[in-house]
Write a protein that binds this ligand. Structure first.
Ligand SMILES: [Fe+2]
Length: 209
């Protein structure tokens, strides 16, 4: 064939990984204090019997390290935003997830916010499952599947754009920030230890010039 076909790219999406230096053991202890004081929590994207999702945390009593962490995260998210845009972001809400064996979070978005993210407070030593997943969109996993699109050719080297899901292995003290409209999920925790994360939303303060 002597015509030239030019591959191009549509809409790359940024997300941000930041390594913080927080006192992870104290954050773990404070997470269990939150659970102790709010045992029923809420049901959101958390599935599985051992999936605990706290209510939005509004009271910083007895959780000084989590308080400090939220200041760090607010600085990071504002720095990320201000690389390209004006304005200040306010913390809208945050909560913790304590996922025991069998717990997962099904795909969802954080509508109505600008930036969302997750900070990993405890990752089991022998982590099995529990990876963080980004989806290109809700339909993509099906529409990009081999059942739908056909098998890859023998010897074809898969490229990043061939995958419908981006998989992030979590690490303690790792912060992930992403636009709130990006669908994401958490694989089932298959290990015997708890996996603890803190999630949050930030909204642009539109009353400022
Ligand atoms: Fe989420």
């Amino acid at each position: 064939m002597n015509i030239k076909i030019n591959p191009k790219f549509l809409f790359p999406t940024q997300y941000w990984e930041v390594e913080l230096k927080e006192s992870i053991k104290e954050l773990q202890n404070e997470s269990y204090i939150i659970k102790k004081n709010d045992q029923e929590g809420v049901i959101k994207s958390n599935t599985g019997l051992n999936g605990y999702h706290s209510k939005d945390i509004r009271n910083f009593e007895n959780i000084p390290k989590i308080n400090k962490l939220m200041f760090e995260i607010a600085n990071c998210v504002n720095s990320i935003h201000q690389v390209s845009r004006r304005g200040k972001l306010n913390l809208a809400n945050f909560w913790i997830n304590i996922s025991g064996k069998g717990a997962s979070n099904s795909p969802h978005v954080h509508s109505g916010n600008n930036y969302s993210g997750v900070f990993f407070i405890k990752i089991p030593k022998e982590m099995s499952g529990g990876r963080f997943l980004f989806y290109r969109n809700f339909n993509d996993a099906a529409l990009n599947s081999m059942a739908y699109m056909g098998q890859f050719k023998d010897g074809y080297k898969m490229q990043s754009y061939d995958y419908p899901i981006i998989t992030i292995p979590p690490k303690e003290n790792m912060l992930l920030v992403f636009p709130s409209w990006v669908p994401h999920a958490v694989e089932t925790n298959l290990s015997d230890e708890d996996r603890i994360s803190l999630s949050f939303n930030f909204i642009l303060n539109r009353s400022l010039p």
